[in-house]
Design a binder for this molecule. Structure first.
Ligand code: DX5
Ligand code: ZN
Length: 220
């Protein structure tokens, strides 16, 4: 079974208690999470600012989990080397951002990292089609990026998840399909049914006292 059919649970640190970051990172690992998702926001591409490469570097020594860094930035190419150096295992950039998408993806792969491309709810699937043979992961945003705790946007996004799955099968590609935003015990099944296999969740995992039970429930 190719790994894009194995369900991967990736808690988003955006929803963690940053005053005890090391503990929160270890909590995700002990809860059985597969990856850690780091939501980088520059206050320009999205209407919020979260953290930068130094935060990624601070997280790195506390876990062996793959760090899945999501750059919600207008110029991801300008800061790419710093997020690579900080210890990311995978880096995802946005197709809507102001950079040479193919060149950025090439640089991420050249550094030996998994490369990902993301599209916002309002962006049509056709916008990413030219790049699908250059990526290891497609992140279909299921909320308008910027804040955790928003409602899952099913109608606008699930057809794109299904289109990504169909395209992958038709063209013999093997990228993961990741969803991020409003993913909880209920919406995870909807996303999986359409073809998503990497589930990012902040509120639905870090918001729970028993994260292990929440991770298990999210595995389906
Ligand atoms: C974009 C962020 C959020 C976060 C998850 O705003 O990427 O989607 O990861 O938020 P929850 O899981 O709390 O909806
Ligand atoms: Zn994210």
């Amino acid at each position: 079974m190719s790994d894009c059919n194995i369900r991967i649970i990736a808690p988003s640190l955006l929803a963690a208690d940053w005053s005890k970051l090391g503990e929160e990172v270890r909590r995700a690992e002990q809860a059985g999470a597969d990856w850690l998702h780091l939501d980088v926001m520059d206050g320009h591409f999205v209407e919020n600012v979260s953290f930068g490469p130094q935060f990624v570097a601070a997280v790195r020594p506390h876990t062996g989990l793959p760090l899945d860094t999501h750059l919600m930035m207008t110029r991801p190419d300008k800061y790419l080397d710093r997020f690579i150096k900080a210890g990311s295992d995978r880096i995802t950039v946005h197709v809507e951002a102001d950079h040479d998408v193919s060149e950025t993806l090439r640089r991420i792969r050249a550094a030996g990292l998994g490369c990902g491309l993301s599209l916002n709810p309002a962006t049509p699937f056709d916008a990413v089609v030219p790049y699908l043979d250059q990526i290891d992961l497609l992140l279909v945003m299921t909320v308008v990026p910027g804040f955790g705790g928003q409602a899952f946007m099913e109608a606008e996004t699930m057809p794109k998840v299904a289109a990504a799955r169909d395209h992958r099968e038709k063209h013999g590609l093997s990228y993961h399909i990741e969803v991020d935003g409003g993913i909880d015990q209920d919406t995870v099944a909807i996303a999986a049914a359409h073809g998503a296999n990497v589930m990012v969740a902040g509120t639905a995992l870090y918001g729970k006292a028993d994260m292990a039970a929440a991770v298990t429930a999210m595995r389906g």
